[in-house]
Design a protein around this ligand. Structure first.
Ligand code: ADP
Length: 265
């Protein structure tokens, strides 16, 4: 709602009335504004690697290609930038698929405990940093109806951030909590954390706490936005808690009905 106020003043200067005109900003206007902002963001995100690549390619063409030390270095920069653009375009395609109205989930009943273990295993096998993994997962099965590919992506995006922002020798803790009608899945790290005033925004498209730093780490600013969309279509919610300098916990919920089978299998 937008309000315009006009003061009704008599010649004497006394104010004797106030007219308020209320404009309803329609849902459509809001969507249009968001779309414009999104396109501007995408253009900016693509232009940055492209202009970087152009200057490095120009330098190579101007003679740097003959320098045995500089040339491989410059080519490496253009390769990294190309990879960033590929990641960005893949993420954008992912989001645009989710925005379409005929978006469908391929839901199946999955034991979330085994599924979570498998994904953590994959990260544990391939991690290059000195980071310890702690698993606080129940021993019994927890069956939830999920789209495995989508949920893999959710966990992948959150866990890659946890590793990206973990300090040398840090710990990443994976947990599942069971509630009456849902489970809460959490990934906790001991990284630099997120300042309080930014915490709600990290799920927005293209939002980064520190643009320069996260660009260096290769982020697109879309990972958590994608995770949020995917958790929402599953009927869950996603949130972050964090203490600057101590670490971050990203949690999401999934609808769950406890059954006898879960307790015994
Ligand atoms: P990016 O690709 O930049 O990582 P994300 O959408 O995944 O984009 O995350 C958005 C921003 O939230 C990041 O740029 C970073 O500033 C912040 N962030 C996300 N996860 C963490 C974390 N575990 N620790 C600290 N900051 C984080």
């Amino acid at each position: 709602l937008r309000a315009n106020f006009s003061v009704i003043q008599k010649e004497t200067g006394f104010v004797n009335g106030l007219i308020a005109v209320l404009h309803d900003i329609t849902e459509q206007e809001k969507i249009d504004a968001e779309r414009r902002e999104f396109v501007a963001n995408v253009s900016h995100e693509l232009r940055t690697p492209l202009t970087t690549m152009r200057s490095y390619l120009e330098a190579l063409a101007d003679g740097a290609w003959q320098d045995e030390e500089i040339a491989p270095n410059f080519l490496e920069v253009t390769r990294t930038e190309t990879e960033r653009m590929i990641r960005l375009v893949n993420d954008l395609l992912q989001l645009s698929k989710m925005d379409s109205t005929d978006y469908k989930l391929n839901r199946e009943w999955v034991n979330f405990v085994n599924f979570y273990h498998r994904i953590i295993d994959r990260f544990e096998m391939s991690k290059e940093q000195n980071v310890t993994f702690n698993r606080r997962l129940p021993d019994h099965a927890i069956f939830v109806e999920i789209d495995e590919d989508k949920m893999t992506q959710v966990l992948y995006n959150i866990i890659s951030n946890a590793l990206k922002y973990s300090p040398e020798g840090g710990q990443v803790t994976f947990s599942i909590k069971e509630r009456e009608d849902k489970i809460i899945v959490s990934i906790a790290d001991q990284g630099m954390g997120i300042p309080k005033e930014n915490i709600a925004k990290v799920f927005d498209r293209f939002y980064r706490v520190d643009k320069a730093r996260t660009r260096k780490l290769g982020g697109t600013g879309l990972g958590l936005a994608i995770a949020k969309e995917m958790v929402n279509v599953h009927g869950g919610a996603i949130w972050a808690t964090s203490e600057e300098g101590k670490g971050t916990v990203i949690s999401f919920s999934l609808p769950y009905e406890r059954s006898e089978e879960d307790e015994w299998s």
